[in-house]
Design a protein around this ligand. Structure first.
Ligand code: GTP
Ligand code: MG
Length: 214
């Protein structure tokens, strides 16, 4: 899929208060520091659209990026970082679950897992949650550039046991970009064909929290 314009389209840090749904959305979920924002930038060939950071747990809101007039990428706040405040940790679940749970235009969820860690309890919980909503998911194994061939094979084999398609990915080298796009394209096509107009309840159309200066 060729995207020519990608623009920041809003943020949300309050459960249930999201930008009005317009196009099919693809969400990027995963542990803090796993490489969600880097993957989004790499997929779009943009260096700094989604903010990346060496400090895990920085992003605690959902960020929406409009891609042409076709689809929207949603960078979800990362989970599992022990050093964020108690209140930030408590806020994460209702925020992300309300998005994944009610968003009518959600076409699929890319779950990023650090290839060196593999899936842990949080990933399994997330997969269960998506399964109950019957949402398609793709596992993306990030930072494969950090492993040698033998380590990589072992890690990918372990990840394949989850039972979902797995794409080895490197935001640094660009590996996996085409494979992730292929899946996204299928999701968007299926969602577009399903053709239900976006449901706009009073909450979903409510005023957006002001977009932060970026
Ligand atoms: P939060 O927003 O805190 O949840 O993190 P995130 O998942 O968005 O991670 P981010 O993209 O900010 O990347 C975290 C760190 O990992 C940064 O220092 C990136 O440069 C690095 N990184 C991300 N992807 C890769 C990759 O594929 N290979 C390597 N070597 N480093 C990566
Ligand atoms: Mg991020």
């Amino acid at each position: 899929m060729k995207i020519s314009t990608a623009t920041f389209a809003g943020a949300s840090s309050e459960p249930g208060r999201f930008p009005p749904p317009t196009h099919p959305e693809v969400a990027f979920a995963g542990r803090s520091n796993v490489g969600k924002s880097s993957a989004i930038n790499r997929l779009l060939g943009r260096r700094k659209l989604a903010r990346t950071s060496n400090t895990p747990g920085r992003t605690q809101q959902l960020n929406f990026f409009a891609l042409d007039d076709r689809l929207v990428f949603v960078d979800l706040p990362g989970y599992g970082y022990a050093r964020v405040s108690q209140s930030a940790r408590a806020a994460w679940r209702p925020l992300v679950e309300s998005y994944l749970g009610i968003r009518s235009v959600l076409a699929g969820v890319v779950i990023l897992v650090d290839v060196r860690r593999g899936p842990e309890a949080e990933e399994h919980q997330l997969l269960d949650f998506l399964a109950t909503r019957q949402l398609p998911a793709l596992l993306v194994a990030t930072k494969v550039d950090k492993l040698n061939r033998r380590e990589r094979e072992r890690a990918l084999k372990a990840l394949s046991e989850v039972g979902l398609p797995v794409v080895p990915f490197s935001a640094v080298k660009g590996e996996g970009v085409d494979a992730v796009w292929r899946t996204i394209q299928e999701w968007v096509r299926a969602k577009t064909q399903a053709g239900s107009p976006p449901k706009t309840g009073p909450k979903a159309t409510g005023a957006l929290p002001k977009a932060p200066a970026r």
